[in-house]
Design a protein around this ligand. Structure first.
Ligand code: ZN
Length: 135
């Protein structure tokens, strides 16, 4: 079951450059920066009430974020929905004809269990399911 929008993922060329906008213009606080090696990205999470803004910067040329930036430029990359059970959420999506990028969840930023649906099945917006933070 989905609970809330966990975060919005925004692709940027440089977190160091983009953080000025999020910190000074929007007045948000950066909660943490973290590199997710499996996805070849550096992430920075900014707090906004119940949700977060996740900036994504590629750490390699073959990073999915590098490919996204090359074709579409900076901007909204994905929306992440918090689910009580990511595995069950994926199963339901698949049963309803949705194409999955990940058949099983993997460990993403914040040690959360995450998985992505194919944007072709979600009307153009890359969709992530994620669990709450795992300690
Ligand atoms: Zn995300």
């Amino acid at each position: 079951m989905l609970q809330k929008i966990d975060h919005l993922g925004i692709a940027v060329h440089s977190i160091a450059e983009a953080r000025h906008f999020y910190e000074k213009v929007l007045g948000l606080t950066c909660e943490k920066e973290e590199e997710v090696e499996s996805q070849k990205v550096r992430t920075a999470f900014f707090v906004l009430g119940e949700t977060h803004i996740e900036l994504l910067e590629p750490t390699a040329e073959d990073s999915p974020i590098a490919k996204f930036l090359a074709t579409r430029g900076e901007g909204l990359h994905h929306v992440a929905y918090r689910s009580t059970d990511v595995t069950e959420q994926l199963k339901q999506a698949k049963e309803n004809g949705c194409k999955l990028i990940h058949e099983t969840p993997f460990t993403g930023a914040g040690n959360k269990q995450v998985a992505f649906l194919h944007p072709k099945s979600s009307h153009g917006l890359l969709t992530e399911f994620c669990s709450g933070e795992q300690k």
